[in-house]
Design a protein around this ligand. Sequence first.
Ligand code: FE
Ligand code: ZN
Ligand code: FE
Length: 219
Amino acid sequence: MASIDSMTELLVDQLKDLYDAEKRLTKAIPKLAKKATNDQLRSALEEHLEETEQQVARLEEAFEHMGETARAKPCAGMRGIIEEGNEHVGEDYEDDDLRDAVIIGSAQRVEHYEIAAYGTAIAHAKLLGQNEVVELLLESLNEEKAADEKLTEIAEGVVNLEAANQDEDEESEGAMAGLGVMLGRKRATVSQRATAAARPAGSRKRTAARTSSGGRSRR
Ligand code: FE
Ligand code: ZN
Ligand code: FE
């Protein structure tokens, strides 16, 4: 491997690494989005896919400013993060909310890695006085930060709550199983609950409905 003997080469090398990472993500994000059940999560991923395509284009522009041809250099870090994410997301989950929680975790690992990479590249571009490159990379960095925050919001607002509630359901259903049998009522099957979880926008309504029907059948 040729040695890197200037800051300019170092920056170009980082652009190649980022270029590879972003291009991998244009293929990885749709797979995550497809597995997401929560509507907010799915649309956040789809929106970020569009941004990612813009980020690829911005990197091509940055290469141009540096007088270089856009070329990717395998980013082992992103390859690993994507691989690990696919592994975790591909596990069997009792509930879709649990898988959604894992998808959020995987996506946030991606965002944090990108934030670190863009941060370093921006610092180096600043040192080199490559102001157009700084601007381009900053735009992408801000999108990564916003995507990360959005994912936190979704996790705190819906997905983790629902995943945690399902735990409680599990426990109370366990405790209520005997009573359910006495009352001759069948408990909702996992697949019925998964279907309910997949219903759009009605998380609060659904929880309320579940609680009230649960109350009726169990009291
Ligand atoms: Fe990105
Ligand atoms: Zn990398
Ligand atoms: Fe990103």
